[in-house]
Design a protein around this ligand. Structure first.
Ligand SMILES: C[S@@+](CC[C@H](N)C(=O)[O-])C[C@H]1O[C@@H](n2cnc3c(N)ncnc32)[C@H](O)[C@@H]1O
Length: 231
């Protein structure tokens, strides 16, 4: 759904402050590092966003491919990591040109909610082609049908309390209530899946999936799945 890509390419206020943005990406990088199988692993971060802490991930692996559809975000990634030899910035359109069986770990975090179900199926199919037979796909931050916006607010406030940006979080929530994000979330909505639906999708794409015991990032009410390619 292109509206969400345009939204992420705009000067949005999804992060309530620089501290929030930095803490968010530091937590995502830490959690991705936990899934890296070996120091020479090739890692693909699908729709990585600003990926502020990608250097941490690159330090823990052999090569990190940052794939991002929003052209402005991609331009900033290219500039930020120009002198990082292990980091390669790509568009999602480049993924079909990458070699099959070349990726050890593919991560799709906090993206499925912005995709039409067919787009997610297509992305899972691409990951199945790119992953090595002993590779892993981590699909994170899946919203569940019965968990609404109040839990997102609670998760943000808990994170703000832990990291000392409560005042910014409260202002940010007030701003969000009046923002494009709220308008788009109301107009297009976010795609939600029950655990069984995601397991079915992953199986249909040729994976053996399982739900992880904890979600990637700060929101414990969302789900992460780990999937291995079927032999
Ligand atoms: C919330 S950010 C997640 C960024 C990063 N993965 C993280 O965990 O912080 C959502 C990302 O999804 C991308 N996106 C939005 N709509 C998309 C779509 N329809 N297909 C693929 N990516 C999309 C945006 O460009 C943005 O990079």
């Amino acid at each position: 759904m292109d509206e969400w890509i345009d939204y992420y390419d705009s000067t949005h206020t999804i992060y309530v402050s620089k501290r929030h943005r930095d803490v968010h990406f530091a937590e995502i990088a830490r959690d991705i590092c936990g899934y890296i199988p070996s120091p020479d692993a090739v890692v693909l971060d699908f729709s990585c966003g600003e990926a502020i802490s990608a250097a941490e991930v690159a330090r823990a692996c052999g090569k990190l491919i940052l794939a991002e559809p929003a052209p402005g975000v991609r331009g900033r990634l290219t500039a930020r990591f120009a002198s990082a030899p292990k980091i390669e910035v790509r568009s999602l359109d480049d993924l079909p040109t990458l070699a099959a069986d070349s990726i050890d770990l593919a991560v799709i975090n906090s993206v499925a909610q912005y995709m039409a179900p067919t787009e997610l199926d297509d992305a899972l199919g691409q990951m199945r082609r790119l992953l090595k037979s002993n590779g892993r796909l981590v699909l994170g931050d899946i919203l569940q049908p019965h968990v609404g916006m109040p839990r997102d607010v609670a998760a943000l406030l808990l994170m703000a309390g832990r990291h000392g940006f409560m005042k910014d979080a409260l202002w940010g929530l007030a701003r969000t209530a009046l923002s494009d994000y709220r308008e788009l979330r109301t107009k297009i909505g976010l795609q939600r899946y029950a655990e069984a639906e995601i397991l079915t999708k992953l199986r249909a794409a040729g994976f053996t999936p399982a739900r992880a015991s904890r979600n990637i990032g700060h929101n414990p009410w969302r789900m992460t799945f780990v999937a291995t390619p079927n032999k």
